[in-house]
Write a protein that binds this ligand. Structure first.
Ligand code: COI
Length: 354
């Protein structure tokens, strides 16, 4: 048992950490020693425990497998100079997790279980936090329906879990993206703002088609007119046009990104002009043609700041300015990385220290 939360801890007998090549870590394939679990039964969360990372035993009739009640979050921990673990803005993720839970008709999770579970797990596996610049310990909390029942109704039982994985970069180079005008990620009234498994599943086929045309990702457009840009699925989209930082508002069909919010805060702090408003595809293409589009990038926890190298639209690829010339996004990336690693003052109160 531990701390203020009652968490039973069963440690691994032999850590797997020595099998990991920390100089070459792929994203999302290497898992740390332990995982956190809590169960929702009879209307209450309980059974808080940390156990060795291992496979789950599930009924083939598990409700999440059939009807998709499944939500998740993503965060990163970095190592501070004093050996502490630093987590970036976990309260924001805890709050978004509960907004996703409400939309997917799942029970909310008390923030103290979300944060307390993270704290204890990261404390136990802190030696898995990579030292190397650009690498981090990715934290993956998730919740899924646990009922063994194939009638369609909200599950009565759920599992909340967290595992962690040391990761390198999500994208290894600037991305080529296609503006998608046929398929739709989210429609008004749908689940676009929720971080739920089905949103990602629905994006795979269109992304695969775009992949065959040489693109790494899609920029989704609105479901009604396909004239307004939304997000890229793994990240929010931000642009610098004529010195102004521009990004669409997160009004229901777009995920409320924590990195997006942090970059907006930095831009405001630096006195940059910021516009959170609808952005048309035409405006972007015109800005590329006239040379007023200076920067385009994706913002996400896994992706951090991912420069966009080229945008494809209606069969034409528009190459964007060289990455070295992109003053704002390069500066924002450096600043955020420095804050996350405790190398710069945490002037916004973003760092949760363990
Ligand atoms: C994240 O950035 O943490 C995400 O969840 C995106 C992802 C699908 C890897």
């Amino acid at each position: 048992m531990t701390g203020t939360l009652d968490i039973a801890i069963q440690k691994v007998q032999n850590s797997r950490i020595n099998q990991v090549d920390f100089d070459n870590i792929p994203f999302g394939k290497v898992y740390s020693d332990h995982m956190f679990i809590a169960d929702y039964v009879d209307g209450q969360w309980g059974g808080l425990r940390i156990v060795p990372f291992e496979h789950l035993k599930l009924s083939p009739a598990n409700a999440a497998l059939h009807y998709g009640q499944s939500i998740f979050e993503g965060m990163k921990a970095h190592k501070g100079d004093d050996g502490s673990a630093l987590i970036f803005r976990p309260e924001k993720n805890a709050q978004r997790f509960n907004r996703s839970a409400i939309r997917m008709c799942m029970p909310e999770l008390p923030e103290e279980i979300f944060i307390g579970g993270l704290d204890e797990l990261v404390r136990l596996d802190r030696s898995w936090i990579p030292d190397k610049e650009g690498n981090s310990l990715y934290l993956r909390p998730f919740m899924f329906a646990a009922d063994e029942y194939i009638g369609v109704r909200p599950s009565l039982t759920y599992k909340f879990m967290i595992f962690t994985c040391p990761v390198g970069g999500y994208y290894s180079k600037p991305v080529r993206v296609k503006i998608e005008t046929k398929f739709v990620r989210a429609a008004e009234g749908g689940t676009g703002a929720a971080k739920t498994a089905g949103n990602y599943a629905a994006s795979l086929y269109p992304a695969q088609l775009a992949g065959k045309e040489g693109y790494d990702q899609l920029i989704w457009t609105d479901s009604k007119t396909h004239t307004l840009i939304e997000e890229a699925g793994t990240m929010n989209i931000m642009l610098v046009i004529d010195g102004k930082l521009i990004t669409p508002p997160t009004s229901g069909t777009i995920l409320e990104g924590v990195t997006r919010d942090s970059i907006l805060a930095l831009a405001n702090d630096w006195g940059m002009e910021v516009e959170v408003r609808k952005v048309t595809v035409t405006e972007i293409i015109d800005a590329i043609k006239t040379g007023s589009l200076e920067e385009a990038f994706g913002a996400g926890t896994a992706a951090t700041v991912a420069h966009i190298a080229a945008i494809g639209y209606e069969g034409i690829d528009y190459e964007l300015p060289p990455v070295e010339t992109r003053e704002f996004s390069n500066k924002a990336l450096l600043e955020m990385e420095a804050i996350k690693r405790g190398k710069k003052e945490d002037r916004f109160g973003w760092i949760h220290k363990i």
